[in-house]
Design a protein around this ligand. Structure first.
Ligand code: MTE
Ligand code: MOS
Length: 768
């Protein structure tokens, strides 16, 4: 076993102090001389034909400066994303309520808001569609292409229909899930500052500075080297700051170019709700078949995502959902078809788990039903079917590396007292309240996988100054998950530099090459490996020099040199990292290097969905204990047990935080969050009417990590940011079923849905 000094320890967060004391500077805190303020003019209706935009009334507002429309673009009106259907600013048609139609610039934030309200959009209403299933029907209003399908995928393995016909037990169900709002504390915002040479510097809250670079350069018709993107301290992302900050920043940039002044554009909460991305609502029909021995033989899935008005990241989200739709089981016959449908609602995008939590809720709910039909304990049934090392996934991928799912399921079984609960059918009743226990399992492909293969690379720059302080530049961002800390630990470990001397910078697009987006739990793996790559040659110089210095001190260099905690030693001769760096500088050795890591090739055929989808997978098992009020259907999650295999844990305390946060966010989506549209208008775009779980709702947590080494990961780590969210909804729904007998097939599991299930059971003569 390698002895590690910094990796695997709960070292303090690098950004703890500035965030806890309020010293951190977010986008809205930055000011520049001569800075103006922008505000968006938004589409008031679900779908309109734009006949003109008039600022006649806005001109009367003191401090009003300019109106910015698509006419001010200096490049093609296509925001470059996966597809290019989303214009930077609409020309003929606006397609969802809240879409930015134009921008105004004024001397103050307040004046800009007033001016935006005074701008008149002249429009005619167009027919619209808000239901994704109706949008896919023949004869639907045409919103995109011939069929309103932004993207579709298939997986075909074996003969699933035949296997279903031959199965001893089959189950089928339809499931729906609603939106989830990212609810980051900091709303979207950007500041664009014109440069003397005609270029721009853009400061913005974002997960993906390089997506911002692509967009700003395109909108402004500037070469990349005249645009600099600086990520400001980012107050949460959760996928919500993957694509859309590029749009916000492009709008700020256009305003800055038009006025020649720095321009700040900060969203308020309501407009953030109405116009920024969300977790996709979903509909799915899932069918499973099992043989008489309880082996799953067949899985058939149809899965539809409500993508909203533009394609944005739907292809990526849908593909991930597709790959994982059969669940973490070895099944010989699989048939999956999936669609992202256009509707006249806010474009949905990335949210922690990327299309997986939705389908996991559906398929893991049904696995319980299948186990019941087969007369098996749900835990045993999963253990009987789950993916083990060497097994083959739905896409035909052999799991050759790190896979601890079996141990995870066994861990939550043991810790939750599952077998004791089994004696009472996983149900305990006291008065009007019933408690129940439910389980789920999940797997999660780390990184972008075959669909985003060309983006799956990262760069790093490591620089050691003369005073032995270390700066690391990377292309992936800190958004609360702890990247600055984890990456500093990796750099410190590789260089044998004291942890306190290493500083990882927020991203500056001019300092590192395009490192892809900070999504898909890829940062530790991708940027971590890039840092190791950069640090290796420096490490060689440091270690050789240290050995020379120890020899000069009289050490017997036949003995092994130890490098630990920032000190190099042989027996009782020692030199510190600082002394070694100084000597390296004296010798004019290179103390600055760059690194590059590209994910290994994945082979995947989009036609039948067969091949290696992801380089590796993380795994989870969850057990939920819930309490259901049998009179009202009110649900409370009492305790969540989570077990995770995310490879080596770089920082246990941060990992625990990610697990708790992810589980709470998953529970919040499962139980509370309910964004409502009425006739194409968002009805509750604020935190008064849109309810999320708070610390008051927090369940008790019991978290276990089982570290299965991933050989190609930095210090054998995989990725952990998203896994803890994925399985929570299904575990809760399964626990609700155990407690109340009600199988709720729709997230959120609102009291009225549970109550309806209770009433149906009573009517059918079921037990109370
Ligand atoms: N944790 C915090 N505190 N804030 C966030 O915005 N985003 C999540 C997760 N954990 C997020 C978070 C999402 S969606 C992802 S993809 C991962 O962190 C990204 O981080 P990683 O690549 O470092 O794992
Ligand atoms: Mo996370 S949804 O991959 O940003």
């Amino acid at each position: 076993m390698e002895k590690l000094s910094f990796v695997g320890k709960s070292l303090p967060r690098k950004d703890a102090e500035i965030k806890a004391t309020g010293k951190a500077l977010y986008s809205a805190d930055l000011d520049f001389p001569g800075m103006l303020h922008a505000a968006a003019v938004r589409n008031p209706r679900p779908r309109i034909k734009i006949n003109g935009v008039s600022d006649a009334a806005a001109k009367k507002i003191a401090g009003y400066r300019a109106l910015v429309t698509y006419k001010d673009l200096r490049g093609p009106n296509k925001w470059p994303l996966v597809d290019t259907d989303y214009p930077f600013l609409p020309e003929g048609e606006a397609r969802f309520e809240g879409e930015t139609v134009a921008l105004v610039v004024a001397d103050s934030h307040r004046a800009a808001r007033a001016a935006a309200a005074a701008v008149e959009i002249k429009y005619k209403e167009l027919p619209f569609e808000t239901d994704p299933l109706k949008s896919l029907e023949k004869g639907a209003v045409k919103l995109y292409g011939q069929d309103n399908v932004f993207s579709k995928f298939f997986i075909k393995k074996g003969d699933a229909r035949k296997a279903l016909a031959e199965a001893a037990y089959t189950v089928e169900g339809e499931f729906t899930t609603n939106y989830q709002v990212h609810a980051y504390l900091e709303t979207q915002g950007a500041i664009a500052v014109p440069q003397p040479d005609g270029g721009l510097v853009v400061y913005t809250t974002t997960q993906c500075p390089f997506y911002v670079l692509d967009a700003v350069a395109a909108a402004c018709g500037l070469p990349y080297n005249k645009v600099k993107i600086i990520q400001t301290v980012t107050g949460g992302g959760f996928g919500g700051k993957e694509d859309v900050p590029a749009l916000v920043a492009s709008h700020a940039a256009l305003c800055a170019l038009k006025t020649g002044r720095p321009v700040r554009l900060i969203y308020d909460r309501t407009e953030d709700f109405r116009s920024m991305s969300k977790r996709h609502p979903s509909w799915s029909r899932v069918t499973y078949g099992a043989d008489k021995n309880g082996r799953i033989t067949s899985c058939v899935v149809k899965y539809v995502l409500d993508a909203g008005a533009y394609s944005t990241l739907s292809p990526i989200v849908l593909w991930r959902g597709t790959v994982h739709a059969a669940g973490p089981y070895e099944i010989d016959n699989v048939l999956i078809e999936t669609y992202a449908a256009a509707t006249n609602k806010v474009p949905a995008g990335a949210f922690r788990g990327f299309g997986q939590p939705q389908i996991s809720f559906a398929q893991e709910s049904l696995i319980d039903e299948l186990a019941a039909k087969a007369g098996r304990d749900p835990m045993d049934f999963r253990l009987h079917n789950l993916l083990d090392p060497g097994d083959i996934t739905a896409t035909g991928q052999e799991l050759t590396s790190s896979c601890g799912l079996r141990e995870l399921v066994e861990a939550v079984r043991e810790k939750s007292g599952w077998d004791k609960w089994a004696e009472n059918g996983f149900r305990r009743v006291e008065g009007n309240k019933a408690r129940g226990l439910g389980v789920s399992a999940a797997y999660y492909g780390v990184g972008l996988g075959a669909k985003g293969r060309y983006l799956d690379r990262a760069g790093a720059l490591v620089n050691i100054y003369k005073d032995a302080s270390v700066t690391v530049n990377v292309g992936n961002t800190e958004m609360g998950q702890g990247a600055l800390t984890v990456l500093a630990q990796i750099a410190a470990e590789t260089l044998n530099a004291p942890y306190g001397s290493v500083r990882v910078e927020e991203v500056d697009s001019t300092k590192v090459p395009d490192s892809g987006p900070t999504v898909a739990s890829r940062t530790t793996l991708m940027s971590g490996n890039a840092i190791i790559e950069a640090a290796k040659p420096i490490r060689d110089n440091l270690f050789k020099t240290a050995l020379d210095m120890l020899k000069a001190k009289g050490a017997d260099i036949a003995g092994m040199m130890e490098a630990s905690e920032g000190v190099f030693s042989i027996a009782d001769h020692k030199v510190t990292f600082g002394e070694v760096v100084k000597e390296c500088w004296n010798r004019r050795l290179k103390m600055c290097e760059e690194g590059w890591y590209a994910a290994p090739r994945t082979t995947y055929d989009m036609k039948d969905g067969q091949g290696d989808a992801y380089v590796t997978y993380s795994y989870s098992a969850d057990v939920a204990e819930v309490e259901v009020d049998l009179e009202t259907g009110v649900l409370r999650v009492v305790k969540l047990w989570g077990a995770f295999d995310v490879g080596k844990i770089i920082n246990p305390r941060l990992a625990e935080g990610q697990a708790q946060g992810g589980m709470l966010q998953g529970m919040s989506w499962a139980v509370y969050e309910n964004l409502v549209y009425r006739n194409g208008i968002m009805a509750n775009p604020n935190f008064t009417d849109y309810v999320i779980a708070t610390t008051a709702d927090k369940p008790e947590y019991d978290i276990t990590f089982i570290e299965k080494d991933y050989e190609d990961g930095p210090y054998k780590a995989k990725g952990m940011g998203e896994v803890p969210l994925i399985g929570v909804a299904a575990a809760v729904a399964n626990a609700v079923k155990a407690a109340s007998g009600a199988r709720v097939t729709s997230v959120p599991l609102l009291p009225e849905k549970i109550w309806k299930g209770l009433e149906e059971r009573k009517a059918a003569g079921g037990k109370k």
